[in-house]
Design a binder for this molecule. Structure first.
Ligand SMILES: Nc1ncnc2c1ncn2[C@@H]1O[C@H](COP(=O)(O)OP(=O)(O)OP(=O)(O)O)[C@@H](O)[C@H]1O
Length: 266
């Protein structure tokens, strides 16, 4: 993106510089640099063990860097005290593989939970907010159902509604489509798009699903051996000459065509 037209540079929601983290003698992160401008969707890819989740945990303030810095909305995460960390986490909506819904609460109460825990809203205000959020994810009809009575895709949507109810500025997704069938995967992708369109949130998404990644990302990042080795919009990422990117895309295409052949013969 050129900045010669005099427009102000985009504000960064997430800024990671020279981030290092080891566990014993396992160097999980070896100097990660990553910038995610406000309101954009960045998809992190990379083979298993390349450091994607460890990076995300630093952005959530769950791990402390050995070296380097992680800033969220301009604030250095490692310098935050407990109160500041809580404040930051309030502004982050988190959707992981497991939906972590409360099985004993119905859809309405699951989604209302963060409002009851973290705000002083009246029950009337809570109802209005929950109704609006459930409408956003197409679940107005399911308020009295319990998680066990919902399909995988519906559970994901409830999980998203709960993550989105406090109107987070940043949405973090760690492999939200793991183990899901193609239809449910498509509904998760819609959810991520909704987060961007309706909340204007910045999203950081880890997914092994390359087709999904290309469809939703403003920027793609490839992690390789503890570093971000390529970062850019889908078109330039696709043309990357970095050997790790070429190998990653090549492997994905090969797996996809193997799957296609297996489906055709099976
Ligand atoms: N709490 C921990 N203690 C020790 N080692 C860890 C811990 N968390 C992660 N690691 C190690 O750090 C490296 C990076 O792990 P990470 O979970 O970030 O990989 P990943 O790219 O997210 O992989 P996957 O796609 O399989 O989830 C791995 O070698 C992992 O074993």
């Amino acid at each position: 993106m050129s900045n010669t037209g005099g427009s102000a540079p985009a504000k960064l929601a997430i800024e990671v510089k020279g981030l290092h983290k080891s566990f014993g003698d396992n160097e999980a992160l070896r100097g990660v640099d990553l910038e995610v401008p406000e309101g954009t969707t960045c998809v992190l890819m990379g083979v298993s063990g390349s450091g994607k989740s460890v990076l995300m945990k630093h952005i959530m303030g769950l791990l402390k860097p050995d070296r380097g810095s992680v800033r969220v909305n301009g604030e250095e995460v490692a310098r935050m005290d407990e109160a500041a960390l809580n404040q930051m986490r309030r502004q982050q909506g988190i959707l992981f593989q497991a939906n972590a819904l409360f099985d004993s609460l119905n859809v309405y109460d699951n989604v209302a939970f963060p409002l009851r825990e973290r705000t002083r809203m009246s029950e009337g205000e809570i109802r209005q907010t929950v109704d609006k959020t459930l409408a956003m994810v197409g679940l107005s009809h399911a308020t009295t159902r319990f998680p066990g009575e919902l399909s995988g895709g519906m559970q994901k949507r409830v999980g998203f509604a709960r993550a989105a109810i406090l109107q987070p500025k940043i949405l973090l997704y760690d492999d939200p489509t793991a183990g899901l069938d193609p239809l449910t995967t498509a509904s998760v992708n819609e959810i991520i798009f909704t987060g961007k369109q309706q909340l204007g949130a910045t999203s950081l998404v880890i997914t092994p699903d390359v087709a999904t990644a290309f469809g939703m990302a403003d920027h793609l990042a490839l992690m390789h051996e503890g570093r971000v080795v390529e970062y850019g919009p889908p078109d330039s990422f696709r043309e990357s000459q970095h050997p790790a990117v070429k190998a990653f895309l090549h492997n994905w295409l090969r797996r996809r065509s193997q799957k296609g052949r297996a489906a055709a013969t099976g």
